[in-house]
Design a binder for this molecule. Structure first.
Ligand code: PLP
Length: 450
């Protein structure tokens, strides 16, 4: 019982909160699941039950919950300089050091030494909004104002603000919001298991996907296309790994038509794929990279947009004529977030959490395959690093999908939660996602799979 109006928290929640991405009718019926505490990979709900969080929140608590180092770094920063903006050239030490650290990490750990500047925000969505605006800005500055459209992919997830929600390629997030906005296009989803033709191998499938992309560019007119945005591994869509050759071929098409490559590393950044960045895992050559989630392991809302030399040079060269860069947020480069991000990076390095993700990756797939690989409704179990998906089908032999409206993965999620394991059901295809903290142990993976 809460003292507020003598109601329980459950009742107050139902009367006062509009939950993101939640059915209002279901919530009215079932009420909230209230979590009160967390440590390591485990959450504790209000009834005192422990749940093993195989999602690391929303793919974000990379170092696990309850890390004193991060709390201490945040508390010290709050006491010392609780806020400082970056507008008009103001700055603060940890934010400067964080920008430098990220540029260094990209050069050393992703083989991408061509980044020149870092812009900070507060969420993955706003990082992608920044990318959305930057590619327009870049083309306006270099006298190409007609080159504005951005191509995303069906099944992509890039956030839910008006611009990033338009880049997202999952119809459920567009419905009734009049999205996508004009100027955003979607090309085919390169998920081989579901969308390949019969007998089409990965290389042939990738070639077809990229031919579709180029056909779209040519139909629209290459002079109107500013950028292509992609997650290295599509997360929320269903943990879709890029088919062999896909990104190398995409890059050739982008180069041919002078199109920028925006890489959304909001999930894949900071170790999720078993390497520091998906850019390194898949040998990508981005012009802009969006980072969030693992940047602070969600101990503070913070995002970063990495800006390449190529874009930076145009901004710098035209600066006298264009005046100030009129984009930014109250919380851009927040000193507390920066201190926490630095402590988070220290911790990831000190504990070798990226190596831990790489080491445990085969264990996660093997555990899932051992326990449920023979189930007649399990079509595919796939993953990279500590990011795995289990896709359900009505018929394994033919890969026939379930009827529209049937949601086996939601049933699995409910049953798993009843047994103390959180395994998210995704909104595009019937897939359960597994993306535990990178600090998880082999024993915890086995426990979750059991
Ligand atoms: N990009 C990707 C790849 C994501 O997975 C997400 C969130 O899940 C976002 C962007 C949006 O991030 P946020 O929810 O912090 O706005």
């Amino acid at each position: 019982m809460n003292t507020h109006r003598n109601l329980t928290l459950d009742q107050i929640d139902r009367m006062s909160l509009l939950h993101p991405v939640t059915s209002i009718a279901d919530h009215d019926r079932n009420g909230p699941v209230i979590y009160e505490a967390a440590q390591g990979a485990r959450l504790r709900d209000a009834a005192g039950r422990e749940l093993l969080d195989m999602g690391a929140g929303l793919w974000c608590v990379n170092v696990g919950y309850g890390r004193a180092e991060l709390a201490d770094a945040g508390a010290a920063a709050l006491k010392n300089l609780s806020y400082q903006h970056l507008f008009g050239g103001a700055s603060c030490p940890d934010t400067i050091l964080l920008a430098d650290r990220l540029l260094g990490l990209f050069a050393d750990r992703a083989g991408a030494g061509h980044f020149a500047r870092v812009f900070f925000g507060t969420s993955g969505s706003d990082a992608n909004d920044t990318a959305f605006k930057l590619v327009r800005y870049y083309n306006n500055l270099r006298g190409r104002p007609e080159k504005k459209k951005i191509i995303s992919r069906s099944g992509a997830y890039h956030g839910l603000t008006a611009a990033s929600g338009s880049l997202t390629g999952i119809p459920a997030y567009h419905k009734a919001f009049d999205l996508p906005l004009d100027g955003v296009l979607h090309t085919a989803c390169p998920h081989h298991y579901r969308f390949a033709h019969e007998g089409e191998d990965e290389a042939a499938f990738a070639a077809r996907m990229v031919a579709d992309l180029e056909a779209l560019i040519e139909r629209e007119g290459p002079d109107t296309i500013a950028a292509f945005i992609a997650e290295p591994v599509m997360g929320t869509g269903g943990v879709f790994l890029p088919p062999a050759d896909y990104f190398a071929r995409v890059q050739q098409v982008l180069d041919r038509h002078d199109i920028l490559f925006v890489v959304d590393e909001v999930i894949t950044g900071f170790g999720r794929t078993g390497q520091w960045f998906g850019t390194g895992t898949y040998g990508l050559r981005p012009d802009i990279v969006s980072l969030a989630k693992g940047l602070t392991s969600a101990y503070f809302p913070m995002s970063a947009s990495m800006i390449s030399d190529r874009i930076w040079q145009v901004l710098a060269d035209t600066s006298d004529a264009t005046g100030a860069f009129m984009h930014g947020f109250t919380y851009s480069g927040h000193p507390v977030g920066s201190a926490i991000a630095l402590a988070n990076l220290d911790l990831i390095e000190r504990e070798g959490l990226v190596d831990n993700a790489a080491r445990l990756a085969p264990r996660l797939l093997a555990a899932l395959r051992d326990r449920i690989g023979d189930n007649p409704f399990v079509g595919d179990i796939r993953g990279v690093g500590l990011m795995a998906g289990v896709e359900f089908v009505a018929d394994r032999a033919t890969r026939k999908p379930f009827r529209e409206g049937t949601a086996p993965h939601r049933i699995v999620s409910r049953h798993a939660a009843a047994q103390g394991v959180l395994a998210r059901a995704l909104p595009f295809l019937p897939v359960n996602a597994f993306s535990p903290p990178l600090s998880i142990t082999a024993a915890e993976i086995d426990e979750a799979a059991d």
